[in-house]
Design a protein around this ligand. Structure first.
Ligand SMILES: [Zn+2]
Ligand SMILES: [Zn+2]
Length: 338
C-alpha cells in the first residue's frame, strides 16, 4: 500500500482561493466558482454568485440575510457539524470554529491524508456560537490575524465590565460601541446580557438584520431597538451599537455627548484607538490571540501548518521552533471582516 499523499498534492492555492482537487470545490473562493464550501458569513469569506454552496445551515441563513437569497448561491446545501459527507474522492466534515454563529473548520480526508482549513477562529468563550473543537490532522491551515506576541485578548466579560463602569460613571452620555455587524455585535450584546444588563440596546440600521437572524436561529439577544427611530432623550445613557465606519462620522455626532467605544482586537494598540477617536477601547476579538494560535496549533498535533492571512512571519517562526513545518499561503482577499 502506498503512503497517504501529502495534502500539498491535492489542496492547491489558485487565483480563486484554496482548491480541493479530489473534491473539485473551492473553500471561501474570492471569485464566483461552480462549487464552494464556505467557512462562515463574513464578507471576505462568503462572496456572492457561486453556483453551489455548502456550509452550515447558520452560515447559509446569514448569507441569505446579507446578500439576498439569489446572490447567496445557485443551490445552497446545509451540512451540520460533525456529519461526514463524501464529495467525489474526498470526505468533508465541518467542525465548530468558535468565530461567529455557524463558523466551521473544514476537515478534508483524502486517501488517508487529513487537512483542515480553519477559516477564522477563536478559543475564548462566546455565548453566541458553538466553541472551537480541536481536531487532529496532517496539515492545519490557520489564519494569523493577531499573529504577534503583543496581541493578547483579555476575557470579554472584563472588557464589558469596563463599558458598564463607564455607563455608571457617565449616566447622561450615550455609549456608542463600534462593532462588526456579524458576530461582534451579537457577542457584545449577549455578553452584556450575561453580565446582567437588561435594558433595551439600540442598533444602527446596518446591525438590525443580522441580529434578527441570530434571534431567529435561537440566540437570545434581549430587547433591541432601532437607534434611528429613538428620540435623542431616549438615547441618553443608552448603549448604541454601530458599524466601526459609523462611529466617527455624523451618525454618532448627532447623539448627545457620545462616549465613543470600539470592540476590536486592534484596540490593544493604543495609537490605533487614539487615531480613531476612540475614548473607550474594548479589546474584544473574534480571532485567536497569539497564545491561542499556538495552543490551537499544538492541539491539532499537525506536523505542518499553512498560514492564510494576517501576521504570518512571527507565527511561522514560532511554529518552526516547535518543530512544526510552516509556510505562508499569502492568499489575497482576506483580512478585515468588512
Ligand atoms: Zn471572519
Ligand atoms: Zn476573515
Amino acid at each position: 500500500m502506498s503512503p497517504p499523499p501529502h495534502p500539498e498534492t491535492w489542496l492547491k492555492t489558485t487565483a480563486s482561493g484554496l482548491y480541493c482537487v479530489p473534491g473539485d470545490f473551492y473553500i471561501d473562493p474570492v471569485r464566483a466558482v461552480p462549487r464552494a464550501v464556505i467557512t462562515h458569513g463574513h464578507a471576505d469569506h462568503a462572496r456572492p454568485g457561486n453556483s453551489h454552496v455548502l456550509a452550515t445551515a447558520e452560515t447559509i441563513a446569514i448569507m441569505r440575510t446579507r446578500m439576498g437569497a439569489e446572490r447567496a448561491g445557485g443551490t445552497l446545501q446545509a451540512l451540520p457539524y460533525g456529519e461526514p459527507l463524501r464529495i467525489n474522492d474526498v470526505t468533508i466534515t465541518l467542525y465548530p470554529a468558535g468565530h461567529v454563529l455557524g463558523a466551521a473548520q473544514i476537515l478534508m480526508e483524502h486517501a488517508g491524508s487529513r487537512a483542515i482549513v480553519s477559516g477564522d477562529y477563536k478559543r475564548q468563550p462566546d455565548p453566541t456560537c458553538t466553541p472551537f473543537e480541536p481536531v487532529t490532522c496532517d496539515v492545519f491551515v490557520t489564519e494569523a490575524t493577531f499573529g504577534l506576541p503583543v496581541f493578547r485578548h483579555p476575557p470579554a466579560t472584563s472588557e464589558i465590565a469596563k463599558l458598564l463602569a463607564s455607563l455608571a460613571l457617565f449616566p447622561e452620555r450615550s455609549h456608542v460601541v463600534g462593532a462588526y455587524a456579524l458576530g461582534k455585535c451579537q457577542r457584545v450584546i449577549a455578553t452584556l446580557r450575561a453580565c446582567g444588563y437588561d435594558r433595551p440596546i439600540y442598533l444602527h440600521g446596518a446591525h438590525m438584520a443580522v441580529c434578527d437572524t441570530y434571534q431567529a436561529l435561537g440566540i437570545n439577544l434581549g430587547e433591541l431597538r432601532p437607534a434611528t427611530a429613538a428620540a435623542k432623550a431616549e438615547l441618553k445613557g443608552a448603549i448604541v451599537l454601530a458599524p466601526p465606519s459609523a462611529i466617527a462620522d455624523k451618525w454618532a455626532r448627532r447623539l448627545e455627548d457620545p462616549m465613543v467605544a470600539m470592540a476590536s482586537g486592534w484596540m490593544r494598540i493604543r495609537q490605533r484607538a487614539k487615531a480613531g477617536g476612540i475614548e473607550l477601547p474594548l479589546i474584544i476579538s473574534d480571532h485567536a490571540d497569539w497564545d491561542d494560535l499556538l495552543t490551537t496549533i499544538r492541539d491539532t498535533q499537525a506536523p505542518e501548518i499553512w498560514v492564510t492571512h494576517g501576521a504570518e512571519d512571527a507565527l511561522i517562526h514560532a511554529a518552526t521552533q516547535m518543530q512544526i513545518r510552516a509556510r505562508a499561503l499569502s492568499l489575497v482577499g482576506y483580512g478585515e471582516e468588512e
